[in-house]
Design a protein around this ligand. Structure first.
Ligand code: DQA
Length: 147
């Protein structure tokens, strides 16, 4: 069964109490449960993780390149700042789908720019926790259509 890494960046451990009007009331544990359930339906093993540290996120990208078929990543604020994440995405040779709970384009201007997006396979944002499900389905389709 192919493995998909679902990686979460800074402050996403606070979901549920962090600006629920923007990010919704679900906790990261709730979202992990949704992802595991979707993985069962799709026949994917889900490795779900969160860190507040940019370097650890990069280490996980490298680890995924040896052991996973793809990455769904909510890089949080590092999306808008991290050249290292852009470079890692280009380096690893497996598809990366960028995702966000909120519609970053409808928010502050500093969120409109993603350094990750030009290196990613695609971007999903604005659907709350369902963005994770959409990202898993996008990766699953890629796995079945690419050689
Ligand atoms: C976010 C959007 C980012 O701009 C923000 O820094 C986050 C969460 C989202 O899921 O909507 O931490 O990635």
């Amino acid at each position: 069964m192919p493995t998909i890494f679902v990686l979460n960046g800074p402050n996403l451990n606070l979901l549920g109490k962090r600006e629920p009007g923007i990010y919704g009331g679900q906790t990261l544990a709730d979202i992990e449960a949704m992802c595991l359930e979707e993985g069962r339906k799709l026949g994917l093993t889900i490795d779900f993780r969160q860190t507040n540290h940019e370097g650890l996120l990069i280490d996980w990208f490298h680890e995924a390149s040896g052991s996973a078929a793809g990455i769904a990543v909510n890089a949080g604020a590092y999306t808008h700042t991290s050249v290292a994440l852009h470079d890692a995405t280009r380096a690893i040779g497996i598809p990366v789908v960028e995702l966000h709970l909120s519609n970053v384009h409808a928010r502050e201007e500093f969120r409109h720019k993603s350094l990750l997006a030009p290196a990613a396979k695609g971007v999903i944002c604005g659907f709350g926790a369902h963005s994770y499900i959409l990202a898993l389905n996008a990766l699953n389709t890629l796995l079945h259509t690419s050689k």
